[in-house]
Design a protein around this ligand. Structure first.
Ligand SMILES: Nc1ncnc2c1ncn2[C@@H]1O[C@H](COP(=O)(O)OP(=O)(O)OP(=O)(O)O)[C@@H](O)[C@H]1O
Length: 755
């Protein structure tokens, strides 16, 4: 850095000395460009470094690479203009100084690159471990929350720059590349071909206008008419309604459809595979929104293929073409205006982004508020809170509108600055071109060509800047989906997991301990018992004792934190989740139904079941009469989550599913709690039939329903405090006996403390 500064000082002294002694005080055109480059180089570096509160290696990397590019350009220009005859001592010293600076900035750029990579590896390790930590210890409903993760991603973007940030999105690559589809590949080839043809057409159209102007000035009208014909034809070819445009649109649609489908599939599959701790901690509206916004990643295909890659080609072509028309100075002006435009636009976009984030957040909150209120409509009415909900929603809408206004204001200011740069650029290029025409080195037609071509040249520049801001938006929208995809399920198949083989149906709990990661509180403390085929094990105890948790562990919604659960000697953690869930039949505490017909809901348990099988299952579950009494019978729609059914009917639909599926291991979590006693008695009969040949686990508060269980476990604060059959437990006269007596009215219920 010190050497570079020294070289610049020496150069400044030389420049002043030479101007004063050899060529007078008026600097040459070449010297002016020289100064311009210096200002731009250091301007760009300062902009980048000053922008960050704490400059980091990626920023040094960017600035040195930029500096090295500018210096190399300058050096080449210097070498080209230096003729051996004219080149005096000072010019040669100047050239040597420039070569020195090229070497210095390149070395510094490479060093910064190495440091950037090192930092990246450290941060990645850190990130990975945090994710793994998150999954293994499952610490975080909160830490894993959107706000924290988004904030961390935003910080990473600021600290590491775009390159490393974009790298994180590589998991979307398979969705964008149609590897398995010949049609998709063909469409990509069409798009690439269109790009190549378009590059030629972009230059030919302005050139044609110049040729027409020259012909008109030369009064060669016949030739001018012919050239006009070609001139009209060229834009038509390029037009979206032209033949090329139509083919391209079709191919683009295919590619976009492919990526859209792939992203949706990937997101859905991943979210469905996530574990219960994730689903119980996340707001489903938030997840849906994330998947929806993640679809904007599809636009990436279009952006990368059709917007960014052609821009580089267009810029090179523009510089070469303008050089051939006028000279390297006009071309260089174009180039410099382009670079400044892009740099400043990127800076302005970064300046606008925080407001965009706030706006997005506010609009998400707005949709969450309305979602929550609608979902809890009944609760709102019970507590007469319509007014307060309305106020809350109005506030959310107002916040969203304010945030939108702030974002749009910043965006418009940025646009004004960008347009100003382009106007100034056009002005300088036109003045330089007029100088060439006045000296007879270029024709009037060339000026017309430049004017028309400027619009063509500015388009790629605008496209780079637009792509940057658009890409920022795409990535921000996709951030949420990225978080989801990076969240690994806390319960998943182990690398060597195998298919569960159930023969004796022996389920064994061996010193099982468990605590939910979100609270860390121990729920189960060393549970031991076993059950074999044909046996029914019932869990009883006070609410919150840990009964449902035991059932969730059999389903492996969570992994035990101590001890083990096995089925026929196979540890649940070693078998595949799919094979485990294939042998389980569950009636949960709060069954959920799809908003479909009763028939479809029951058949969900066994898609290949015939209508007769479904009806038989419903009859066994004492549901048949209720269904046929409805006008649409089995085709009655049950409403969202089954709201059109009573609590008892809902439970019976769930029981019908279970009876239809005939699983080897049956789990009933207060399956009949919402039924009247006569319906319950009918359902119990069905359970009696189901018992034989199956291992059954039952949680029940009404002890009369589990009296004939082979083993009753009384759970208290995560421990089995009593075990045995109904008669044995009654004989023990312990906690179970007390509960039984209370339920049968022979003992007083504990007094409810009055407030
Ligand atoms: N997802 C969860 N995260 C954290 N704690 C939980 C979670 N689910 C349950 N708990 C807690 O674990 C304890 C045991 O809950 P569990 O549902 O197993 O009780 P239970 O005996 O089935 O109660 P009930 O008879 O009321 O259904 C309770 O204190 C409960 O608050």
């Amino acid at each position: 850095m010190f050497l570079l500064a020294l070289s610049y000082t020496m150069e400044a002294i030389l420049f002043l000395y030479r101007s004063a002694t050899q060529k007078g005080w008026w600097p040459s055109q070449h010297s002016l460009f020289h100064v311009m480059i210096l200002v731009l180089t250091w301007g760009a570096m300062d902009l980048d470094l000053l922008d960050a509160c704490e400059p980091s290696w990626p920023q040094y990397h960017r600035t040195w690479i930029l500096s090295s590019l500018f210096e190399t350009t300058l050096c080449v220009l210097e070498a080209l203009t230096l003729s051996p005859l004219q080149g005096g001592r000072y010019d040669i010293i100047l050239l040597v100084l420039q070569i020195f600076r090229v070497i210095c900035s390149t070395v510094l750029g490479l060093q910064a690159r190495v440091q950037t990579r090192r930092e990246a590896i450290t941060v990645q390790d850190d990130g990975e471990s945090q994710w793994l930590l998150a999954n293994e210890t499952n610490e975080q409903a909160e830490e894993n929350s959107d706000v924290v993760t988004r904030e961390r991603q935003r910080r990473r973007l600021e600290e590491q720059g775009w390159f490393l940030y974009i790298k994180e999105f590589r998991i979307f690559l398979p969705c964008l590349w149609p590897s398995g589809s010949t049609k998709g590949k063909l469409c990509l080839a069409v798009l690439i071909l269109d790009l190549v043809i378009n590059r030629f057409l972009r230059v030919l159209a302005p050139r044609q206008l110049g040729v027409i102007t020259d012909n008109l000035i030369a009064r060669d009208f016949n030739r001018a008419c012919y050239e006009v014909g070609i001139w009209i034809l060229l834009p038509w070819f390029r037009n979206t309604a032209g033949p090329l445009g139509a083919i391209k649109s079709r191919a683009l649609m295919e590619v976009q459809n492919f990526s859209y489908q792939e992203v949706c599939r990937l997101a859905f599959k991943h979210v469905m595979a996530l574990s219960m701790d994730f689903h119980s901690n996340k707001d489903s509206a938030e997840i849906i929104k994330a998947v929806e916004q993640g679809n904007s990643i599809n636009d990436l295909a279009e952006l990368l293929l059709l917007k960014i890659s052609p821009v580089v080609v267009d810029l090179v072509v523009a510089v070469c073409y303008v050089t051939s028309l006028f000279d390297k100075y006009v071309a260089f002006t174009t180039f410099i205006v382009g670079i400044s435009y892009v740099c400043i636009t990127i800076k302005l976009t970064n300046w606008t982004q925080p407001r965009r984030r706030i706006y997005k957040e506010a609009s998400r909150t707005e949709s969450n508020v309305v979602n929550e209120s609608l979902r809890n409509w009944q609760t709102v009415l019970y507590f007469n809170q319509v007014e307060s909900e309305k106020d809350c929603y109005s506030r959310a809408v107002q916040n969203s509108l304010d945030a939108k206004l702030a974002y749009r204001t910043r965006m418009n200011s940025g646009n004004a600055v960008e347009t100003l740069i382009m106007f100034l650029g056009l002005l300088s290029a036109s003045l330089l071109a007029i100088r060439k025409i006045s000296s007879g080195e270029a024709s009037t037609g060339d000026f017309v060509t430049l004017g028309t071509f400027w619009a063509t040249m500015t388009y790629p520049l605008e496209m780079i800047a637009w792509s940057h801001s658009n890409m920022t938006s795409i990535f921000i929208d996709a951030e949420r989906l990225l978080q989801l995809l990076r969240t690994k399920p806390s319960v998943s198949d182990r690398p060597n997991s195998y298919e569960l083989d159930v023969s004796a149906g022996k389920v064994e709990f061996c010193n099982v301990e468990f605590s939910y990661s979100s609270t860390g509180k121990k729920i189960l403390n060393g549970i031991n018992f076993e059950a074999t085929r044909g046996q029914t094990v019932a869990f009883v105890g006070k609410t919150g004792a840990g009964k449902s948790t035991l059932l969730k562990l059999i389903c492996r919604f969570y992994d035990v934190t101590g001890g083990s659960i096995s089925i026929d000697g196979q540890d649940l953690r070693d078998v595949t989740l799919e094979s485990l869930r294939n042998v389980l039949g569950v009636v949960p505490q709060d069954p959920c139904l799809f908003n479909q017909t009763v028939l479809e809901n029951v058949r969900y348990a066994k898609p290949e079941a015939t209508d007769e099988e479904v009806i038989d299952a419903c009859k066994d579950a004492a549901l048949h009469e209720n269904i046929i009494s409805r006008p649409d019978g089995y085709n009655t729609k049950v409403g969202e989550r089954g709201v059109k059914l009573s609590g008892g009917e809902l439970q019976r639909v769930a029981i019908s599913r279970l009876l239809l599926r005939k699983s080897k291991i049956v789990i009933l979590d207060e399956a009949t709690s919402a039924m009247d006693s006569s319906t319950e008695a009918q359902v119990q009969k069905a359970f009696q039939m189901l018992r034989s040949g199956r291992t059954m686990f039952v949680v029940a508060h009404r002890l009369s329903t589990i009296m004939d269980a082979d083993l009753i476990l009384f759970i208290k604060d995560g421990d089995i405090v009593e075990r045995g059959t109904h008669q044995e437990l009654l004989g023990r006269k312990g906690e179970y006996f007390e509960l039984w007596e209370r339920q049968n009215g022979r003992k007083e219920q504990p007094a409810i403390k009055r407030l």
